[in-house]
Design a protein around this ligand. Sequence first.
Ligand code: HEM
Length: 427
Amino acid sequence: MATPFDTPPQSLDEVNITSPDGYALSGYPHSHWAYLRQHAPAFRYQASDEELEPFWAITKWEDIQRISRDPQTFSNKTDIVLRLGQLAEGGAAPQTHHLLDMDPPEHAQYRALVNRRFTTRGLSMLEERIDEVAGEVVDRAARQIVDRVARRGECEVVAEISNLLPLVTICELLGVPRERQGDMIQWVNEMVGSGDPEYQRGRTQQETLAAASQALLGFFMQLSQQKREQPTDDLLTTLVQSEINGAPLSPLDLLSYCYLLIIAGNETTRNTISGGLMALIEHPEQMALLRSDRSLMDTAVEEILRWVSPVIHFARVVTEDVEVGGQLIPAGEKVVMFYPSANRDEDIFDDPFRFDITRTPNEHLAFGGFGEHYCLGANLARLQLRTMFGHILDRLDEIELNGDIERLRSGFVGGVKRLPIRYLADG
Ligand code: HEM
């Protein structure tokens, strides 16, 4: 089925960057973002179905960085995600109080509670475990041989490779027991994919979201109680023992923290693994280069992050009249930063539509615009990606597509639902 994303716009009236079907069937609307970067870098956008309040689409790297670094003028204390398709159902997002809903100075107090665990030093204890899990996951996928003589194997990357490492890592960090990790992935899928019929299973988007959030929150409520009674060395124990201004975290604070970590820690890295592998398959000379020179892994991971940019947008609300991209934006209006667009900005990246694993410098905004809310898990994600791609290249040779990629129906996360591949097993 053709979607509005397939036709490059000829005028601002034709720009469409919010169609959920577009994201599902055509992937990112890069030609539309490029048109906006060129003609209207701050564009007051009214979705054609009028489901969404008008918002300012911000598409240039410089503007996104500036907005991210000025929390006084651009506040997080509102709905920071566009709920495409949801408003028509009259529903509200679950009530939360977590880092992404906070402004300074409160934000820094809450972030300080867990920061230490996400520094390079804090993560060094996890390195071995991440390597072990990634190795096991890829080994299992590499044993699915369909032709013994030719040593050909087949697997579905999302379920069999990408999902597992981020899930196990964040669950172990938080202290979620192994036997409940399958539930986590189901609830996260249903929350982030609540606009996708596959996860709705006959329910509305709002019902899907509400049921999954309730299940997740109920689970963490019980687990927090357990950690209070029997403290262990994990993030949830740190959180239940933490205080803000002399008082323990409220149940809402605690649950919101878990909710944020479990969603942010899973949804992003797994889609970068799938999207990164897809990019390498589509650029076989780059895959061959990385295979032959593993010292390129660090720059390759940065290029994969730039290329895939799995978080599509975050929003801020303007607290006082301000000029952005040559437009005066009145107080109270919403600006929406499109990170994948910033990562193809012709003024910042040389030949931005070329996938180049040696690209340096590579100041992409996949983790945000270097402000207060810059991704807490950036070091962790980089470690997971380096390790995972290392194992994939070690064990799977001659990787190619074995069917169509299937994408999530979401304008928030560039999700990959299925990525079937075939490969030559390494012997
Ligand atoms: C490839 C993987 C990832 C990408 C692309 C990504 C992207 C982002 C982006 C764009 C933001 C918002 C930045 C801003 O508003 O300025 C963010 C925030 C955040 N991310 Fe990530 N993320 C990734 C992995 C992770 C992981 C593994 C965790 C694990 C815990 C994590 C936890 C968070 C948290 C807690 C925040 C909120 C930080 C704050 O508000 O202070 N992310 N991430």
